[in-house]
Design a protein around this ligand. Structure first.
Ligand code: NDP
Length: 337
């Protein structure tokens, strides 16, 4: 592995760098603050691939005209349980922040509610789209499609994006259970990170130029052909995300990526669906006890842990000790603005 020198930054310092870069790239105070929070929270959670390292991609998307830095999304209630968003070609989180309170209120009234959003971009970890609902006692399930680079099982060309999903649910007396994952064996940004750091991948995550599964991140980035996780099962989940993300919302399909080379884009203006459920409206008064029981069966079970709980350990450490950030990345970001 290449020798990486790092500096320790506090979360406040990370947020300040993010705000400075995003503001210089044209974002207004509201959008800049939302994205800077996500960048900071990603570093806090140990998600290095989706933290500060993502800022140059946000900047490039604005400078190339691919994304709108000052988006004014529109949200409409088009059915009793459905909010539909148009992201005004900005980042998803700006639209979602506008829909958040209504969505939670409708779920509490009806038991279930959905928010779809098209004409928007998403470059972040999805956990930040679901966690706040679980903190408010609700269940949330989120899907977003992205730029095609995942080959269906047995196929020879990409059809799906890395199509991530996130699930969050409340857990009595503790932080909620929240997980998020790509439908690909690995997230694209983790492959890029490994290439930048000169490491092989822990498992074959894509195809090389001869069509063989490879652990060489550079070979995979050349073909841009990633493998789904779990063979046909991951490909089926990627299919689900494509339908609930692009088709339901009316966003671009992952294969509709004509602008990819022009903008060096990491994503497309795809679509997303966020489903919010109020367990209190579903008639099982013992829902919390079920959750406690399921988690108890996992904890203390060999090395198993509740999915997503790794973030809690990272958070505690980042809050007290700060976060190690590559000195090269800090210098690159200081040169952007
Ligand atoms: P990982 O495979 O790293 O992790 C997937 C989930 O599993 C996480 O919630 C993780 O949380 C949890 N986990 C990991 N190891 C274990 C374990 N041993 N036991 C229990 N749970 C575990 O994620 P991916 O590489 O698939 O995705 C990385 C990120 O990229 C995600 O945040 C995803 O949302 C994002 N992404 C965003 C895209 C976009 O278009 N915006 C596209 C694709 C991905 P923890 O380790 O904290 O427990």
């Amino acid at each position: 592995m290449a020798n990486i020198t790092a500096e320790i930054l506090s979360l406040d310092q990370i947020r300040e760098i993010a705000i400075t870069v995003l503001t210089a790239a044209g974002m207004d105070a509201n959008g800049g603050s939302l994205i800077a929070n996500i960048v900071t929270q990603s570093e806090r959670d140990g998600l290095r691939s989706h933290g500060l390292r993502m800022l140059p991609f946000y900047v490039q998307s604005f400078q190339s005209g691919y994304a709108n830095p000052v988006a004014r999304p529109l949200i409409e209630r088009i059915a009793p349980g459905v909010l539909r968003g148009d992201g005004d070609n900005g980042y998803y989180q700006i639209a979602a922040a506008l829909a958040q309170d209504d969505l939670a209120g409708i779920a509490q009234e009806n038991g279930i509610a959905a928010f779809t959003c098209a004409n928007c971009h998403h470059l972040a970890a999805l956990r930040f789209d679901t966690e706040s609902f679980a903190e408010a006692g609700l269940i949330a399930l989120m899907m977003v499609n992205s730029l095609s680079m995942v080959v269906p099982q047995g196929g020879v060309r990409p059809v799906f994006g890395t199509n991530p999903m996130s699930f969050a649910c409340p857990r009595k007396g503790m932080a909620p259970v929240v997980w998020d994952q790509a439908s690909s064996m690995m997230a694209l940004m983790d492959i890029k990170l490994a290439a930048a750091e000169g490491r092989d991948l822990p498992r074959a995550a894509g195809l090389d130029s001869t069509g063989q599964p490879s652990t060489d991140p550079k070979a995979i980035l050349e073909t841009c052909s990633l493998l789904p996780f779990g063979e046909h099962k991951g490909a089926a989940i990627a299919f689900l995300v494509e339908v609930l993300g692009a088709a339901l919302a009316g966003g671009a399909l992952s294969v509709d990526n004509a602008d990819r080379d022009a903008h060096g884009a990491l994503n497309i203006k795809g679509g997303s669906t966020l489903i919010v459920i109020d367990p209190a409206r579903f008639g099982n008064a013992s829902f919390d006890d079920y959750l406690t029981r399921i988690c108890a069966e996992i904890e203390g079970n060999g090395d198993a842990r509740v999915p997503g709980d790794g973030r809690l350990k990272h958070r505690a450490a980042a809050d007290s000790d700060g976060v190690a950030v590559s000195a090269e990345l800090i210098s690159q970001l200081r040169n952007i603005h």
